[in-house]
Design a protein around this ligand. Structure first.
Ligand code: UDP
Ligand code: MG
Length: 319
C-alpha cells in the first residue's frame, strides 16, 4: 500500500492548522488514500506549534517539524520533503488556498504513472494592478530561464519520491522550488485548480518581500541579468559612438564648446549604467558568498510524530 505525504509549510497559521488537518484527513480517508501530514512550523510567532502538537495528539499520521526560527517558505518545504516518508509527496499551502480535493485528482494521476504533477492556477485570484504587472514581469523572466510557462505556476504539486530525492540532493541553498520541480524533469502532467480565498489569518507577503522574493529567485535560477549588463554596455557604446561623431561634426564646423549639457548627460548616464551593472554583479557575488558558506538551509529544534517526540532520531538540518 503506497503512502502519500502532504507537506504543509506554516508561518503564523494558528487559525488554519487545525482546520487544514481536519479537512485533509476527511478528504484523504474518504478517497481511501494512506496519508501522512508533514506540518512545518516555520518559526511562527503565534501558537502554530501548539496547534500542530494538538493536532498530533489526535492523529498519529501527523508529523510536526519545529524550526528554531523563521527560515522562509522554501526552506520549510525542503524540510518537509526531507522528513516525509511517503512514496509520493505533495506540497500545498496550509491556508487551504490550494483546494485539497485536487490532491485526490493528483494522486490518481500519480497512480497512472506520472512522476511530477504540477498544480496550475486557472486564474491568479484577486490581485491589484501593480501586483499583477510585476508578477507578470517576474514570471516572464522565469519562463525564459526555465523554458516552461511559469505565469500560472504554483507551489501546489505532487511528486514521486524519485523526483523529491533528486531535488533534495541539490546542493544550492537558494532554491526556487516552483521552477526546480520542472527543472528535474520526469514524466510530468498538469492539473488546473482555482485559487481559493484565504479563510483566516493574513498573507505573509508585503510588497517589499515580494520584490525581494522575485530578485532572489531570479538570481538563484538564472544568470540572465548578468547578460543585461553586457547588453547595456553595448547600447551605451553605440550611443557614445553617435555622440562622438556628432561632437566631431560640431567641432569641424566650428560650433564647438556649447557641448556642456551633452557632456553632463553622458557622464551621468554612463555613471548610472555602471553603478546598476555593478549592483547586479554585486548581488550575484553576495549570493555566491552565501552559497559557499554552506550554512544549513534550516535548523530544526523539535520533531513529533503523532503524540510522540522523535527529535532524537530525525535529521536536524538541511545540509
Ligand atoms: N509560509 C511559510 N514561511 C514564510 C511565509 C509563508 O512557511 O515565511 C507559508 C504560509 O504559512 C502558507 C504558505 O507559505 O502556508 C503561503 O503563504 P501565504 O498564504 O502567506 O502566501 P499567499 O497565498 O498570499 O501567496
Ligand atoms: Mg495563501
Amino acid at each position: 500500500m503506497s503512502k502519500l505525504s502532504v507537506v504543509l509549510p506554516a508561518y503564523n497559521e494558528e487559525l488554519m492548522v487545525g482546520k487544514a488537518c481536519r479537512v485533509l484527513r476527511e478528504i484523504l480517508s474518504k478517497a481511501g488514500i494512506t496519508y501522512e501530514l508533514v506540518l512545518v512550523n516555520d518559526g511562527s510567532r503565534d501558537n502554530t506549534w501548539e496547534e500542530i502538537v494538538k493536532a498530533g495528539k489526535k492523529d498519529k499520521n501527523i508529523l510536526g517539524v519545529h524550526f528554531s526560527r523563521n527560515f522562509g517558505k522554501e526552506s520549510a518545504v525542503f524540510a518537509g520533503m526531507a522528513q516525509a516518508t511517503g512514496d509520493v509527496i505533495a506540497v500545498m499551502d496550509c491556508d487551504l488556498q490550494h483546494p485539497p480535493e485536487t490532491l485526490v485528482e493528483m494522486y490518481h494521476l500519480w497512480e497512472q504513472g506520472y512522476e511530477v504533477i504540477e498544480g496550475v492556477k486557472k486564474s491568479r485570484g484577486k490581485e491589484g494592478f501593480l501586483h499583477k504587472k510585476s508578477a507578470g514581469f517576474f514570471y516572464g523572466i522565469m519562463s525564459k530561464a526555465t523554458k516552461v510557462d511559469m505565469q500560472n505556476a504554483s507551489d501546489f504539486k505532487m511528486m514521486d519520491r524519485k523526483a523529491v530525492e533528486s531535488i533534495l540532493a541539490m546542493p544550492e541553498r537558494n532554491m526556487f522550488f516552483r521552477a526546480t520541480s520542472s527543472w528535474v524533469g520526469f514524466k510530468t502532467t498538469y492539473v488546473k485548480f482555482e485559487v481559493q480565498e484565504r479563510e483566516a489569518g493574513e498573507s505573509k507577503w508585503s510588497a517589499w518581500s515580494l520584490v525581494k522574493y522575485a530578485f532572489t529567485n531570479i538570481v538563484a535560477f538564472t544568470t540572465l541579468p548578468l547578460q543585461f549588463v553586457t547588453v547595456g554596455g553595448v547600447l551605451c557604446f553605440i550611443g557614445s559612438l553617435v555622440l562622438i561623431i556628432y561632437s566631431l561634426v560640431q567641432y569641424f564646423s566650428g560650433k564647438a564648446v556649447a557641448g556642456y549639457t551633452t557632456t553632463i548627460m553622458v557622464i551621468l548616464l554612463i555613471g548610472s549604467a555602471m553603478m546598476m551593472s555593478l549592483g547586479i554583479i554585486g548581488y550575484y557575488i553576495a549570493k555566491i558568498y552565501e552559497e559557499v558558506k554552506r550554512r544549513p538551509r534550516y535548523i530544526v529544534s523539535k520533531i513529533i510524530r503523532g503524540s510522540e517526540d522523535i527529535s532524537n532520531e530525525a535529521r536536524h538540518d538541511g545540509v
